[in-house]
Ligand binder design. Structure first.
Ligand code: GLC
Length: 646
């Protein structure tokens, strides 16, 4: 049993009678339940630390942070403990958005709660809203503070009000905790620049290039075009500082236990603002070690688990999302493995599914996706995915080379093909995307662009080609249909629900022109939204289709995530089939990635338990599973079905 399950059990025994404990007593109980674990993790990372230092600092800090937690949140924590794994519910449907680009500021966002309700969205990922440098700031991922709201978004009160409204309306809020780095304007960085050694030790700082050069031998480059190298010279302090992302994002030195303690306070400040899910940004990078790529290191896992165990003591209703866009096998580790199982993050981005979906669109085949998804072990039972097709970042092509070879493709040319397909290098490709961070040294690159443009809507509209437009719309619906039916929380990227195309205006903005991810950070078009009911254009078609799928999802318990998503070996390489199962009930999702009709043999359907004809229905079209004369189940180009037996 993991620690969360233990706390749930203890909380469930706390409902009746005189023995009922107060929130503070329950805090004490959680503290003592986790203490051995916390100590173990802490001293694994910091073996040199004196135990007296530990017993003076950490317990007192946890107690203080608990005291600071508002009472309504303490109550919510207990409700959630009694409820169990609330984040696995089929009722959750998410949207990710930039507050300013969506509707100006936090107040403006509040005005749009009815928009989310109309669509069925009840989980919001708000992109960073705290203070950041005026110039380049990586969309707010260079933080000047972890809890001061940037005036462009409003005030602390605006946020408190929003989070209150969200709670009243059963809306879950997710915010980022940029745990790996601060901006170069953060208070610690400023003190470090002034020569304060204490704060220089909060970062990885070096007098000369000797150690940085050693690191560079094995560290990859994250932004090779705009921020080559992993260190930046800071003239004010006459030192080099580690900057794995942009040169204004300084990597925190977690080898220093003071950094951990301070960051725990920052994490709690966020949780105490009423945030339900905390997105641990770039957490794969948390620990650095010479001679390694300094990603996914065991110490990073120990550190995340340590944060988790402390957070659980203070705010057990708050859960963590791992933003680990790494190889499929490595993503799973962020749920916690072996002795850590279930003791790291409850949620992780399903980056593997996302990248494989884009591979399936380009190759028109689902075979690599099937092989890859079946090739990794199941995630732990208490965890869940965020399923998404697009977000504010690029699409990285993190496929497993062995699986690519099994398909008969060579990994390098295959990757080049995918890049060419999406980035305007193949004349026949309908996709309109941009290349991100192409590295001529190794041919690596990533892709940016909005879902609609990558799926061919932009080029189809330009050509005025009705068939291509309808194919693009079907692809958009199919891709969203998959994330809305797969096990986990679907996260729609704001704008995709109205088929927003690429936004090229970033090219005219000095701050953004070197970062093509901005092509997919458009302003929400409220004019389009206003006309959704009256128009029959792409925006309305997509909005209505998504709205319908969301409503169906919420009404079917089989969509709750209980590790009950089973990928089938489809005999037709173009068709992706997976099954959701709960008790006696099964639901099969079919998607045809080809631009011509494809079919499945009825005997195969029967062997999977699908009863064609009157006995089954497609929840999306409300039609029974019709078969033609030769008993094959035909799926039209980019067709998508949710079939269940009646
Ligand atoms: C995460 C964010 C990305 C940002 C990076 C550095 O990957 O999603 O936008 O650039 O972290 O903070």
């Amino acid at each position: 049993m993991n620690q969360a399950a233990l706390h749930q059990l203890l909380a469930s025994k706390n409902i009746l009678g005189k023995a009922k404990k107060t929130p503070t007593e329950l805090f004490q109980q959680r503290f003592h339940t986790n203490l051995a674990y916390i100590k173990d993790l802490f001293f694994t990372l910091y073996p040199e630390v004196d135990t007296v230092y530990f017993s003076k600092k950490l317990p007192a800090k946890l107690e203080l942070l608990f005291k600071e937690r508002p009472s309504e949140l303490k109550k919510q924590d207990l409700d959630r403990l009694q409820e169990g794994n609330w984040y696995q519910s089929e009722k959750l449907v998410g949207m990710q958005l930039y507050v300013d680009r969506f509707n100006q500021d936090l107040k403006g966002l509040q005005e749009k709660l009815s928009y989310f309700e109309d669509l069925g969205v009840n989980f919001l990922h708000l992109m960073p809203i705290t203070t950041r440098p005026k110039g380049e700031n990586d969309g707010g991922y260079a933080v000047n503070s972890y809890h001061e709201i940037d005036p462009r978004y409003g005030t602390r009160d605006d946020f408190t009000e929003l989070s209150k409204k969200a709670r009243e309306n059963n809306i879950i809020l997710m915010l980022d905790f940029v745990v790996n780095h601060t901006s170069d304007e953060f208070a610690w960085a400023k003190k470090a620049k002034k020569g304060d050694i204490k704060y220089q030790d909060y970062y990885y700082t070096f007098d000369d290039r000797t150690i940085p050069d050693e690191y560079e031998k094995t560290l990859p480059e994250i932004f090779p075009e705009s921020a080559p190298g992993n260190f930046t010279y800071i003239p004010e302090m006459e030192k080099w500082v580690m900057t794995v992302f942009n040169n204004y994002q300084w990597d925190l030195n977690y080898r220093n236990p003071e950094v951990f303690l301070e960051m725990l306070g920052n994490l709690m400040a966020l949780a105490n603002m009423g945030v339900d899910v905390i997105r641990f940004d770039a957490l794969a990078f948390l620990w650095k070690k010479l001679g390694t790529i300094s990603q996914n290191l065991p110490e990073a896992h120990t550190l995340i688990s340590l944060f988790r165990m402390c957070l659980q003591v203070i705010a057990p209703g708050v859960v963590l999302l791992a933003e680990a866009i790494v190889a499929p096998r490595n993503i799973l580790k962020y749920f916690g493995e072996n002795q850590f199982e279930g003791n790291e993050c409850e949620i992780a981005y399903n980056a593997s599914l996302m990248a494989l979906l884009w591979n399936s669109i380009a190759t028109k085949k689902s075979s690599l996706m099937i092989r890859s998804l079946k090739g990794v072990p199941n995630k732990p039972i208490d965890s869940t995915w965020i399923n998404y097709i697009r977000c504010h970042d690029d699409i990285g092509l993190g496929y497993d080379d062995d699986f690519v070879r099994e398909m008969g493709w060579e990994p390098f040319p295959h990757k080049q093909f995918i890049l060419n397909y999406y980035c305007g290098r193949l004349e026949w490709s309908p996709a309109k995307g941009l290349m991100f961070m192409y590295n001529p040294k190794n041919g690596d690159g990533r892709i940016t662009g909005s879902a609609a443009s990558l799926l061919g809507l932009e080029s189809a509209i330009e050509q005025g080609n009705k068939i291509s437009i309808s194919y693009a719309l079907d692809k958009i619906i199919m891709m969203h249909g998959i994330i809305l039916s797969f096990g986990g929380i679907p996260l729609i990227y704001a704008g995709d629900e109205i088929a927003t195309l690429n936004d090229y205006s970033f090219l005219e903005d000095e701050k953004h022109k070197n970062d093509s991810r901005w092509v997919n950070r458009p302003k929400q078009n409220w004019e389009v939204v206003k006309n959704l009911a009256s128009s029959k254009g792409p925006a309305s078609i997509i909005f209505q289709a998504l709205k319908k799928m969301i409503a169906i999802r919420k009404g079917q318990e089989v969509f709750a995530d209980q590790n009950n998503t089973f990928i089938h070996e489809s005999p037709n390489p173009h068709i992706f089939v997976f099954e959701r199962k709960m008790g006696e009930k099964s639901l099969w999702v079919f998607s045809n990635f080809d631009e011509v009709s494809q079919s499945l043999d009825v005997s195969w359907l029967l062997s999977k338990g699908i009863l064609p004809g009157e006995a089954s229905v497609d929840l999306l079209s409300k039609k029974t599973l019709e078969l033609n004369g030769n008993k094959d189940f035909y799926i039209k180009p980019f067709g998508h079905h949710w079939i269940t037996n009646i």
